[in-house]
Design a protein around this ligand. Sequence first.
Ligand code: 13P
Length: 253
Amino acid sequence: MRKQIAAANWKMNGTYQQGEKLLNDILKEEIVLAAHQQVVFAAPFPFLIMANSEVADEPNYFIAAQNCYNKKSGAYTGEVSVDMLESINIKFCVIGHSERREYFNESNAVLAEKINLLLEKNITPIFCCGESLNIREANTQNTYVATQLQESLFHLTAAQMSKVVIAYEPIWAIGTGKTASSAQAQEMHAHLRSVLANQFGKDVANEISILYGGSVKAANAVEIFSQPDVDGGLVGGASLIAEEFVAIIKALK
Ligand code: 13P
């Protein structure tokens, strides 16, 4: 069975102390994960070492960075390299979040470079894709999202692709309280899986976890995650509230 993943994206929220308390409040619930289930916390850079030590003894709990730079090293003041993440034992990294695409002009080509650097270091990329409201209203979301995959991922071998996690996050559903319906999520996830199957083969596509993101909360997680091609969620706002995220973890298939 492919991995079912509850991923928290804390974005730029909270202090170090609040992050530590949030992690403690969630971990004290001692939710035992099945072998095919994982929980990932994408924490801000200054919290990563602390967060990694909090989950060190918790099987199938991991910490992710929220971004990395697309160059190996050098005179790039303020940026964080993949080698730096590897050196503190980080195993996941979110890339291509719509907020980075929008506010930091990240292109599909730059994301392809980040994917390469992460895979070289065995860090699992959580690759975000998703369309804006305009694109959804024009009903061109399927080709738009397929192009995001094509331009950032289609240079990979099937073996490399099998190490990538996809997060489908329709921009119109992020932070708006408006989720895609479970039918809309399923339809897009099935489309993404068929795009991946065409390029990498059916077996590889069937093993790739595709997470849904956009206003996931305790009240809707069971229904969304129960869709056959939805393999968990990437959660923003609700991941900052311990009891909400605990319920979201428990909603994993
Ligand atoms: P919300 O869950 O706050 O809508 O954010 C989703 C998201 O962007 C996760 O990466």
